[in-house]
Design a binder for this molecule. Structure first.
Ligand SMILES: [Fe+2]
Length: 429
């Protein structure tokens, strides 16, 4: 057994532990009633997420990688996300909170034993601990989903965190990104998921991109200018949705200039990126501002392309994993940071806060890259390919560092805004 393999096993154990600490925090913060309650028809009860995290871990690591006997074969169907819509999950005979906690702990014990013995090379599923990395990311993704459920939950506030850093430098305006091709996606990132693969060259015409996400202050100008009442700025589908859903401002904003954040009313900070807007609102703002949303390729080129070397970086700041000074990630702060707060995280072209703070809607539908192959299962991404879903990039303050990178792709319906979603604008050169 090489030193390298032992280091990888230690890393996996640390990352599994970090994910579980966060899951525990999010599920211990509320009482039993809140764990089993449906806080929104868009979300699962928290106790479903908890046991589902354990069930996926059991399926992939205990049974598949470990070749062990099932822990609870009988509950697979209950926790299959494709079998039951989120709105229906409270009516299922789910494990109660204590049973769910015991179940995930039993699975984890077995997984740590599997980790000690499994080969981390040979088969693609275990190569460089991919399956373990996939499960780490899966748990962290559900932790972000649970954090979004907390944001929708009524009742006394239960989560708190220190505020993010203040802006180091004012950041505004836009950068010019010269035309030319760059390498998009990855074929080398060990824990990259199937939809990020393979690496391929993409030509991107010259364009301009905002140096920072669109702020609350700018978004308020759109509202004040009557943007929500002017169909000129909206796509036909967007206008229709704006009418039926009665949209007049971002979700969680109150009419008196506050926003509700994890149960607390706080003044709207004009310098923070706007969050909880849907794709249709983002596209309408951009049209009103005489701009457009960036394409997915534009976003990734601005985030990864290094003009000095021509190569694509893993992150805007380089190849090192995210540290606290680079980006607002991992629920370290329970809000986006004001623009300019992360100068160390800027890309070579001077684009700020691409990673962390708010997921950024791009104009592109979710599709597989040229040469895409589903791995290890079609339901991770392939079944979502098509015009129904728009891509989001860069992660939010609620995304863990293990579950985001320059190539990472998220997707959702263009009407969704319970997620930590914002955007920035682009224009043709
Ligand atoms: Fe899941």
């Amino acid at each position: 057994m090489t030193v390298e393999t032992n280091r990888l096993r230690d890393l996996v154990a640390t990352e599994l532990g970090r994910a579980r600490d966060r899951t525990t925090l999010l599920t211990e913060a509320v009482d039993e009633g809140d764990l089993v309650r449906q806080h929104s028809p868009l979300m699962s009860p928290l106790v479903w997420d908890l046991a589902h995290v354990g069930n996926q871990e059991e399926l992939w690591l205990v049974r598949d990688v470990g070749g062990r006997e099932p822990v609870r074969h009988d509950i697979d169907e209950l926790y299959d996300a494709f079998k039951h819509a989120r709105r229906d999950r409270t009516r299922l005979p789910l494990l109660n909170p204590d049973e769910a906690r015991r179940y995930v702990a039993t699975v984890r014990d077995k997984v740590l034993d599997v980790l000690d013995h499994a080969p981390l090379e040979g088969a693609r599923l275990v190569e460089r601990a991919f399956a373990f990395g996939m499960i780490v990311q899966h748990e962290q993704q559900h932790d972000e989903t649970m954090l979004a459920t907390h944001q929708l939950r009524a009742g006394v506030p239960v989560l708190s965190a220190p505020p993010p850093p203040s802006p180091a430098t004012p950041v505004g305006g836009e950068v010019f990104v010269p035309g030319g091709d760059f390498e998009m996606g990855t074929s080398t990132e060990a824990w990259a998921l199937d939809n990020e693969r393979p690496a391929h060259r993409v030509f991107v015409p010259p364009f301009h991109l905002d140096r920072a996400p669109v702020t609350n202050g700018r978004y308020q100008e759109f509202i004040d200018a009557g943007g929500y009442d002017d169909p000129r700025w909206w796509t036909p589908a967007g206008w229709s949705h704006r009418q039926t859903a009665g949209l007049t401002r971002p979700e969680h904003w109150t009419p008196d200039g506050h926003l509700i954040r994890f149960g607390r009313a706080v003044p709207i900070d004009p310098d923070e990126p706007v969050v909880h807007v849907c794709w249709y609102e983002a596209a309408a703002f951009a049209a009103w501002a005489g701009r457009r949303l960036p394409t997915e390729a534009e976003w990734e080129k601005a985030a990864r392309w290094d003009p000095a070397t021509g190569r694509s970086r893993r992150y805007p700041w380089g190849d090192d994993p995210p540290a606290a000074e680079h980006a607002n990630l991992g629920q370290r702060h329970l809000q986006p940071a004001p623009v300019g707060a992360y100068p160390a995280g800027a890309s070579p072209l001077g684009v700020h806060q691409l990673i962390g703070d708010v997921w950024e809607w791009v104009s592109t539908d979710f599709h597989g890259y040229p040469g895409f192959t589903a791995f290890p299962y079609r339901e991770y991404s392939e079944v979502f390919f098509g015009a129904d879903y728009k891509v989001l990039r860069g992660g939010s303050f609620g995304t863990d560092r293990s579950a985001v990178r320059g190539t990472f792709r998220n997707w959702d319906y263009p009407i969704r805004r319970q997620i930590f979603s914002g955007f920035r604008c682009a224009r043709d050169a």
